[in-house]
Design a protein around this ligand. Structure first.
Ligand SMILES: [Zn+2]
Length: 314
């Protein structure tokens, strides 16, 4: 049995997971960002102990704790070097957590744990080389090579959301301009939806929120596009175009067996997938050669816990 911890900016989720990636029991607690890291990690430790107890097992039944964290982990030393949305710099998470639970602790970037979960128990099961893309607030990515998460020589290499798809484009939180996540994430759709609805009050996007622009979500824009609203369709086509350019860059760079797409935006379903597959086919480099199968991720919210837990079983 393994413990998986999904450390997010809003909640910490913990689960007891078996070697097949099945969650036996789970629980969560608010992260409470802004507090000293010692307090946050104590809450994490308390939750780990509680979830183990509730599952009917003992700490000794667990082989390890795996943590999927945002930002940049130093896996070897068990330190979160930098995590923007937690406000963390050089946090010794392994050492701190072991004050509360005496188990080996592994850490990994949360994009990679999501990718690993899809390989163990989700859409990429059986694939040796796969990439999982999560379309949410930003774009998360998990690269799995030969069954193991790949993050490069310095752990900074799974940031596909920051592929530059538009030179001198929209400024990104990372300090660069024109990153993929500025064009193909939920945040991008919302930003463009607000702009477009402001300019075109006759658009269905505007009508769906009764003119209250703060209520525009990615779903609002996609729903309006599904209804055939011209403004929304234009925006959706642009989103698909940028999504495709990123996917093609990934295929040209990595040639994975399979690419899984998850996150809130993936709920658009076939409407998104059909448009994406058509565009990829049109723009792919080697038109007659086989290339990555593109599917939806299937692990949903459990991906973080399962992928983190399996860090101890690689
Ligand atoms: Zn960026």
């Amino acid at each position: 049995m393994y413990i998986g911890v999904d450390l997010g900016g809003t909640n910490i989720a913990v689960g007891v997971v078996d070697e097949n990636g099945r969650i036996l029991h789970k629980g969560e607690t608010p992260t409470g960002v802004g507090r000293p890291f010692e307090e946050i990690i104590k809450d994490m430790g308390d939750l780990v102990n509680r979830v183990i107890q509730e599952s009917g097992y003992k700490v000794e039944d667990m082989k390890s704790i795996g943590i999927g964290s945002p930002g940049l982990p130093d896996q070897e030393n068990g330190i979160i070097v930098f995590a923007n949305n937690l406000g963390w710099h050089n946090v010794p998470i392994r050492e701190e957590l072991q004050k509360h639970v005496n188990l080996p602790v592994f850490i990994e970037n949360d994009g990679n744990t999501a990718g690993l979960a899809e390989v163990i128990a989700g859409a990429c099961k059986g694939a040796k080389n796969s990439i999982t893309i999560t379309l949410g607030t930003g774009i998360g990515s998990g690269i799995v090579v030969d069954g193991k998460p790949y993050s490069g020589a310095h752990s900074v290499g799974a940031e596909l959301g920051h592929l530059v798809v538009q030179v001198d484009g929209v400024p990104c939180t990372c300090g660069n301009k024109g990153c993929w996540e500025r064009y193909a994430s939920a945040t991008a759709i919302i930003r463009e939806g607000k702009e477009a609805a402001g300019k075109n009050p006759e658009s269905l996007i505007y009508k769906l929120v009764d003119g209250d622009m703060d209520k525009i979500t990615a779903k609002t824009v996609i729903d309006a596009a599904k209804e055939g609203d011209e403004t929304a369709m234009e925006l959706f086509d642009r989103f698909i175009y940028y999504l495709t350019m990123g996917i093609i860059t990934i295929i040209n760079s990595f040639d994975p067996e399979i690419i899984a797409i998850g996150g809130g935006v993936a709920k658009a379903g076939d409407f998104l997938m059909d448009a994406l597959l058509e565009k990829v086919k049109k723009h792919i480099f080697y038109k007659s050669a086989p290339y990555a199968k593109i599917v939806f991720a299937t692990m949903g919210n459990d991906a973080g816990i399962v992928g983190a837990a399996m860090l101890g079983n690689l």
